[in-house]
Design a binder for this molecule. Structure first.
Ligand code: ASP
Length: 342
């Protein structure tokens, strides 16, 4: 078999940052520096090519436009490469990985996001291991020469996660990501162990790249004492079409008229409401308690165990895909890319 080919797409993030001596802050630097800092990547037995976005960013500046640009790059190079590694800041990596998972339908090759908590040039950096192992995983093929992992993933600190199940939970540790409702897809120790039974199955359908996302999504996080009266008007006036409602426990909210009539007013005006939990583990089960049964009756959609990042990007994707309210609701109720377990 010929050498596997992997494309690195560099977007920015701490991994490639250097210190601005005047201001003392970290700012993004160019890709050559990243690759030069790890000469051993040339010994991996992988044909590596690299491109970078025109504007290298701290991931706090990520936009929907960049997600669509990344999807377009993968479409352009899809046939030529066995896998893709996206170097990205960790702050919004879980949003980007979730967004890409929806934009890339019937993906048959690995798209692995990685980055680091310390810049690549520092002696104690975590970037070297993250990049080398992400490249090794992206290059893996089965005995038929087919790419092994048909998913958008995040690789960080020895673990490979399904991207749309992950969130950043720690801003200081190298171990910065967690996937509480779905097990890891692979673990890197002395050898890299892939848990094949946890992966999405290869689709026989053609690979489709979607190029539209609709940003008219808002979030409403419940807290005791919240006054909701003004929300429906606020959302309607600003053109919001879907609201992620962060409820308590297994999807519960107050049963007072003030709250329920605000929800009713939004739904009556065709705003879709998706119920996710404020808990970091577990899922929304609407109808389990009286406090969620009312929401179900009003037409709130249960988001099961969606992460916040996944709920936001799935809503943006579905709103971008169709204007039909019923189609939108049906798509939001079911898993599209392994992002939720009903
Ligand atoms: N602020 C950085 C970013 O997300 C942090 C990181 O890369 O880890 O771009």
């Amino acid at each position: 078999m010929s050498k596997p080919k992997v494309l690195i797409i560099y977007t920015g993030g701490t991994i490639g940052m250097i210190r601005d001596e005047k201001k003392g802050t970290l700012k993004p630097f160019r890709l050559e520096r990243v690759v030069k800092s790890i000469p051993s990547i040339l010994e991996l037995g992988i044909e590596i090519h690299a491109i970078e976005l025109e504007e290298i960013i701290d991931s706090s500046n990520i936009t929907l436009k960049v997600w669509i640009e990344l999807a377009g790059i993968i479409e352009k190079y899809y046939k030529k490469f066995d896998g893709f590694v996206i170097l990205h800041g960790s702050d919004t990596m879980a949003y980007s990985a979730s967004a890409l998972s929806f934009l890339l339908e019937n993906l048959g090759k690995p798209v692995i996001f990685t980055g680091s908590q310390l810049p690549i040039g520092l002696p104690r950096t975590d970037a070297r291991e993250n990049l080398i192992t992400a490249l090794s995983i992206a290059a893996m093929r089965n005995e038929n020469g087919q790419s092994l992992i048909p998913e958008v993933c995040i690789y960080f600190e020895d673990q490979l996660y399904r991207g749309n199940r992950t969130y950043k939970f720690n801003s200081e540790n190298f171990d910065a990501f967690v996937s509480r409702n779905y097990p890891i897809l692979a673990e890197a120790g002395v050898r890299i162990r892939i848990f094949e039974e946890r992966l999405l199955t290869q689709s026989n359908e053609d690979f489709i790249v979607h190029t539209a996302m609709n940003p008219n999504v808002a979030v409403l996080k419940l807290f005791p004492g919240i006054t909701l009266k003004s929300f429906p008007k606020l959302f309607l006036d600003s053109g919001i079409q879907a609201v992620i409602l962060e409820t308590y426990g297994s999807g519960n909210g107050p049963t007072c008229d003030n709250f329920l009539s605000a929800v009713e007013e939004m739904i009556y005006n065709d705003i879709i409401i998706i119920n996710i939990t404020q808990c970091q583990e577990g899922k929304v089960e609407m109808g389990k308690y009286e406090t969620s049964e009312k929401l179900l009756k009003l037409g709130v959609i249960g988001g099961a165990d969606l992460t916040f990042e996944s709920a936001i990007t799935k809503a943006m994707f579905v709103l971008g895909l169709t204007d039909n309210l019923n189609e939108r609701r049906q798509m939001l109720k079911k898993p599209l890319r392994g992002e939720m377990t009903l």
